[in-house]
Design a protein around this ligand. Structure first.
Ligand code: ZN
Length: 128
């Protein structure tokens, strides 16, 4: 599997390019394809604010906090799964390289469109 890499600066620029608030920056689980944000992690009970969930963001699937269980082959994205990049098997497709030369596997960024739609869906549910 090929891995895409970005420098930390490129990663920050790519995050900004989503044009959504930090809480709604969206990433995709490499296992189940579910689009997720810090907002989702907070709602799932992973922590009470951005700083608290930041260690899980783009690293552990939101499904780990909702009890979604293992990804089932062929399942549509959305439910989440119990995947984490901290596990034994490395299937990440994307990594950020920090100035110290270390490689940090992360979930891939969603597109700006996906991030916007995901934010709207999340906030619409809340207003309903
Ligand atoms: Zn997942």
């Amino acid at each position: 599997m090929t891995t895409t890499t970005m420098t930390l600066q490129e990663f920050h620029d790519a995050c900004k390019a989503q044009s959504v608030p930090t809480l709604h920056l969206a990433f995709k689980c490499p296992m189940c394809g579910t689009v997720q944000s810090a907002y989702d992690l907070i709602k799932a009970g992973a922590g009470h604010d951005f700083d608290a969930v930041e260690p899980y963001l783009a690293f552990s699937c939101v499904g780990r906090f909702t009890g979604a269980g293992s990804y089932k082959r062929g399942e549509k994205p959305g439910r989440g799964c119990n995947w984490t990049l901290g596990g034994l098997f490395q299937v990440h497709k994307f990594a950020v390289i920090t100035p110290d030369g270390k490689t940090h596997p992360r979930f891939e960024l969603a597109t700006a469109d996906e991030a916007k739609r995901h934010m709207e869906a999340a906030t619409t549910v809340e207003a309903a």
